[in-house]
Ligand binder design. Structure first.
Ligand code: DC
Length: 218
């Protein structure tokens, strides 16, 4: 089967990318991390010294950058930015860039283009509501803010970065609020999405559940 789309949406730190990667591997699907695309545009903005509040300049900049995605590697032009897009500066500015209508239109267009003719699992905020409203399977992953902050701290620690739990929690709450209240494609559970609360579930439990949902349809 071709053009089978799995949409995984949810707030920051709900486990979307970890789970999507596992499910993609198990099912032989292509995985597309759409958050990384918003992060790449944000990084380009920072690198070019464009103010993240300057919508016009960002829209201009968008025409002159090339986002290249190869498996789990992300390139701005030829430069590998896979690590840099996860940094603190990008993370704290990405919600502003992701709120710009023209940026969203261009990235949604790219997401659809990349997905064409393939079986794809995409994770993001608006996949089931805007990018692929006809996706065969939609999942909305949630977890408590506290649990999500705990996971993020662990993730940072595994990379040797020390960051306070409170700082991460504050950032998550702030980002959720911006992503959910923005005018353009806010973070929203699609009516036909399956809600999965991962707060007290292991990675295996969540991925097995989603694989089971795919298997029921695929
Ligand atoms: O999933 P993430 O943390 O890498 O996402 C980074 C930001 O991009 C997040 O604050 C919201 C935004 N985003 C979005 O608006 N729409 C998407 N489909 C994916 C991410």
């Amino acid at each position: 089967m071709k053009d089978f789309i799995v949409a995984i949406d949810g707030p920051a730190g709900s486990g979307k990318s970890t789970i999507s990667k596992i499910v993609a591997k198990k099912k032989g699907f292509t995985y597309l991390d759409t958050g990384a695309m918003y992060r790449m545009v944000t990084l380009a903005t920072i690198k070019k010294n464009v103010n993240v509040e300057n919508k016009e300049e960002i829209v201009d900049l968008l025409k002159n950058i090339k986002l290249n995605i190869e498996k789990d590697k992300f390139y701005l032009g030829n430069e590998d930015v896979s690590e840099e897009i996860r940094g603190v500066e990008v993370t704290s500015n990405v919600s502003k860039v992701a709120a710009i209508k023209e940026v969203r239109e261009e990235l949604v267009r790219l997401q659809r283009e990349i997905s064409q003719g393939k079986n794809v699992i995409l994770d993001g905020r608006d996949i089931g509501t805007v990018v692929f409203p006809n996706a065969q399977l939609k999942v909305f992953l949630v977890a408590s803010s506290e649990e999500r902050a705990k996971r993020r701290v662990k993730e940072f620690e595994s990379k040797g970065i020390n960051i306070s739990y409170q700082e991460v929690l504050d950032e998550i709450i702030k980002r959720d609020k911006m992503d959910s209240t923005r005018e353009e494609s806010p973070l929203l559970q699609a009516e036909d999405a399956v809600l999965v609360d991962t707060s007290s579930m292991s990675i295996d439990e969540v991925s097995n559940k989603i694989v089971e949902l795919v298997d029921n349809l695929f």
